[in-house]
Design a protein around this ligand. Sequence first.
Ligand code: B12
Ligand code: SF4
Length: 487
Amino acid sequence: MRVLLIVPGTYSWRYPGQVQPHTGIAYLAGVLKKNGIEVKILDMGLKHHTKQLFSTLDLFRPQLIGITVFSFFHKRAYDLIDSIKNYGNYQVVLGGPHISAIRGTALRESEADFAIKGEGEETILQLCKTIGEAKTDYSNIQGLAWKSDHGVVENDVRPFIDDLDALPFPAYEEFPLEKYFCYQDKLLPIITSRGCSQRCIFCSVRLCMGRKFRSRSPENVLTEIEHWYEQDWKNFEFQDDNFTCDMNRAKNICDLIVRKNLAIKWSLPNGVRADKLDIELLEKMRESGCFRIALGVESANNEVLRKTKKGIKVEQFAETIKMIKEVGMELVGFFIIGLPTETYERFMESVEFARRMPFDQVSFWNMIPYPGTELLQWVKDNATLLYPEDVYLNRASHCEGRPVFETADFSVKERRRAYQLGRSLERKSIAYWKTGKFWGRVGLVISSFPILERIMIRLIKTNRIGRLFFKALSSRAGKNRTGTCSK
Ligand code: B12
Ligand code: SF4
């Protein structure tokens, strides 16, 4: 059995190329390989064109093609399916966050044959076995949606994987690793747990990974770190949904890193929860090599946080920030513009908080309602969408700074103004933090012209000399730098 796994390109000017190998696809590849299935990965985000896709099809002749789909730019995946289907008689299965949200609808909207909701490891394996044995009865494959003669069939949902230690490590070696930004810093992503028990209304994690926090044992995580460490990977990002959900487990992971004497650097770039950090954990994290934490603050107004079901108050953020700075870690703060009940005045409370607190970097994003989230329902009931769903998910994005909905209390004009202000704070924080005050000011002048800003980001991220120059400035400013951008 031969399976081709494809990552469609999701280009935006903030991501002019691929940041890192796709962890979900790497997990699928690991499981398929372990079961004797031949796997090839094609990451279209590495500037591959359909020509490369067709030559891979000719050479590899896959019996199944798997494509991962974000909601963001999902039409690119659908276009790829059209090209594949026009080129030959191939069977295509879809998976990933977008498919977990819309399930069988993906089969009505595209030419794909199968769609898999949630974790894909066990379902794709069972599908491969069925196809390998030339069977066509898919009805007992949990988690699968498929096309029968009578239309799309959605099988029962598959339970989440409980024993994550039983999974093989993600097969990153199947990617051309030197082509990713993360290679510059010899940095790899690690997922030590899946799922999150919280209920933030904008988040789509539960649709794919569920509400139960499921974790790998600290020993299993350490074995993976050592596995990459022996191959000279010394920098890691723990990209869990909620890494510190079980604080004791997180402490044990830190203790093991110290005990094994591993000289690694690691960070938490995805936004951890302020109520899931204490001083003991922070000290252990620092000692074991963690140098940067990102906090998902979202808003500095308690009513907005309440309505968002964040479950954390502004005062708690302030306390945790103090602790993070006490242990001497770099701190990134994520803010969202336009959450339910936000007004321009309430947004200004976030700006004031971002200025007052000792963040090294802040990020402001316009709120995007993703399919299947409570937020999208709230927007439909209480706000005016400015674009149809499939338009804003494929075109307008927070990256480009277009609000996608407005409310009576926070107009589109105010939202645009808010984004400009948030972005200028973000630019300033990044420029000063990464390159020091002088070069930071130069960068700021350049980035006040959008075209020049895009060229500058492109140079830093994709040009060797641009990268070296930026690295030299960063180390002159005495800052740690890792290759990936925070999401
Ligand atoms: C790490 C991460 C990133 C990283 C790396 C992403 C990557 N390509 O690996 C970075 C920082 C680059 C990133 C960027 C963005 N991200 Co992000 N990210 C995550 C995060 C926190 C973890 C992803 C992960 O590695 N999970 C662990 C692996 C094991 O799970 P997985 O990838 O989902 O794969 C499993 C299943 O989905 C399934 N599966 C996946 N693909 C396929 C394919 C087939 C064929 C099959 C059968 C199964 C299958 O099987 C896999 C194994 O079980 C998730 C949260 C989450 N839990 O999903 C958000 C998440 C995926 N990101 C999200 C978003 C919105 C973004 C951005 C658009 C944000 C932005 N502001 O720009 C960008 C997009 C950038 C781009 N151009 O691609 C949303 C997606 C929502 C949606 N409905 O699409 C999520 C769900 C977060 C959220 N709060 O809602 N992200
Ligand atoms: S804490 Fe993070 S992962 Fe959990 S629901 Fe909220 S945003 Fe999603």
